[in-house]
Design a protein around this ligand. Structure first.
Ligand code: LLP
Length: 414
């Protein structure tokens, strides 16, 4: 089930049921626009499905990299979501938003010493360790700080997620996680590391995953590994962490091709049954969704600057560019474009930004209303995740500002 804030009613564009033209016409474009209602729908949907299908409690650690705006984080924090962070600055942002340290995990292959120090000082739930060398460094820093580092090993299951090559993470070709054998030998040597405590295992094989099969295989590996680790250490664990990665539909009609959250939770429950209920090896299930929580809640709002036609192409030049929304350039990602008036007849446009390289193209040959003209609003939908968080000031352009539509209809700059 998905929730889109955008729809047409009687030919005019609505965002969470309110007319876009009156809402947004006076805000300087380009900017990001989010709907609190939609954000809450996704946070609650995730919690509800986890509760419905899993036999033990789940904690949702929202992946800040998708969107780290503090006001959005506060909304998610109030829904009891925790955080998955990948830098010291993200960790600090999560804490500033009021997310308690015991609901924060820190992932990533390259944590700096000062970031590890901050994580230990803050007493976060877990540092998710991705190499033996990192384990040694965490142990040494924890010893210096007279602390015990709670850690989880991140498994590299050698199963690549079925997605764009730049965001697939689960195979030995990728820099992430540790092979099963390495984790098992680290577990045997754990007594040498007196300042770390292993409290869980994690796995994340990619983002925008389009099928469940690979996750299912990876989770089976993770569950068999947790059994072996529990046997070796004669203990049980605080958590098993299934990472993020659930895909969302970007193209019209794509929803039917993707696995639903419900199917995902059923799969997790079935794969992990013996770990969760049979042998009761863990107390909690963790998830790290980013995109699934925020993607649909946000749009990038832009204005048409110029139209231009040559012998081969119709170009629609808008005031947003690849620095504002990088995904189409970097991953050839599709973002559906909504214009303020519904199209009766269409023209095929290449929608491009003002930046001085050909890669600054949002899409090619996209059918859009033939009535589009200078000054009209264009909304790039499903841009709540990895939109603003990947923006830059290339060409000395301003980083786009962000606005939030509250459920009462008011708009705040966030
Ligand atoms: N956990 C870990 C360890 C991750 O590396 C990621 C994403 C997540 C969780 C959240 O994954 P999600 O639920 O959002 O798929 N910039 C790319 C996506 C990069 C994802 C990186 N890691 C894009 O725009 O598609």
């Amino acid at each position: 089930m998905h929730f889109s804030p955008l729809s047409y009613h009687d030919g005019s564009l609505l965002f969470e049921g309110r007319p876009v033209e009156t809402l947004l016409n006076n805000i300087k474009t380009p900017f990001y626009f989010y709907g609190e209602k939609t954000l809450l729908q996704y946070a609650r949907h995730f919690k509800d499905e986890a509760k419905k299908h899993l036999p033990i409690p789940a904690q949702i650690h929202y992946a800040l990299k998708a969107n780290s705006n503090i006001e959005l984080l506060k909304i998610l924090q109030a829904e009891n979501l925790g955080a998955d962070v990948v830098s010291g600055a993200e960790l600090q942002r999560a804490l500033d938003a009021g997310i308690p340290a015991h609901k924060i995990v820190f992932s990533g292959v390259g944590k700096r010493d000062d970031e590890i120090q901050l994580a230990l000082k803050s007493n976060i739930l877990s540092l998710n360790v991705e190499s033996l060398e990192e384990l040694k460094v965490i142990d040494a820093i924890a010893a210096q700080q007279k602390a015990t580092a709670q850690i989880a090993f991140r498994l590299n299951p050698n199963i690549a997620g079925n997605t764009h090559e730049k965001i697939s993470t689960g195979s030995m070709q990728h820099k992430f996680g540790m092979p099963k054998e390495e984790i098992l030998s680290a577990v045997e040597e754990l007594h040498r590391y007196s300042h770390v405590k292993l409290i869980g295992l994690s796995c994340h094989i990619g983002s925008q995953l389009s099928s469940l099969k690979e996750s299912q295989l990876a989770f089976q590996e993770l569950c068999s590994l947790i059994k072996l680790c529990a046997q070796k250490l004669n203990t049980t664990f605080e958590f098993i962490d299934f990472g993020g990665g659930l895909g969302v539909p970007y193209r019209p009609l794509e929803e039917s091709e993707l696995s639903s959250l419900e199917e995902y939770m059923k799969m997790v429950s079935q794969v992990a049954e013996s770990v969760l209920i049979g042998e009761r090896l863990v107390k909690k299930v963790l998830f790290e969704p980013g995109r699934f929580i925020v993607a649909k809640a946000g749009a990038l709002v832009s204005k048409v600057l110029f139209r231009k036609t040559n012998q081969q192409k119709n170009f629609l030049i808008c005031d947003a560019a690849m620095n504002d929304l990088l995904r189409p350039t970097l991953y050839q990602a599709y973002h559906h474009i909504w214009s303020t008036s519904e199209a009766s007849k269409t023209i095929s446009y290449d929608v491009v930004g003002p930046i001085c390289e050909t890669g600054d193209t949002f899409c090619k040959d996209r059918p859009l209303s033939e009535r589009l003209k200078r000054g009209d609003l264009l909304l790039f939908s499903d841009a709540g995740a990895y939109g603003r968080s990947m923006s830059s000031s290339y060409n000395l352009r301003e980083i786009p500002e962000e606005y939030l539509l509250r459920p009462d209809g008011s708009i705040v700059k966030i």
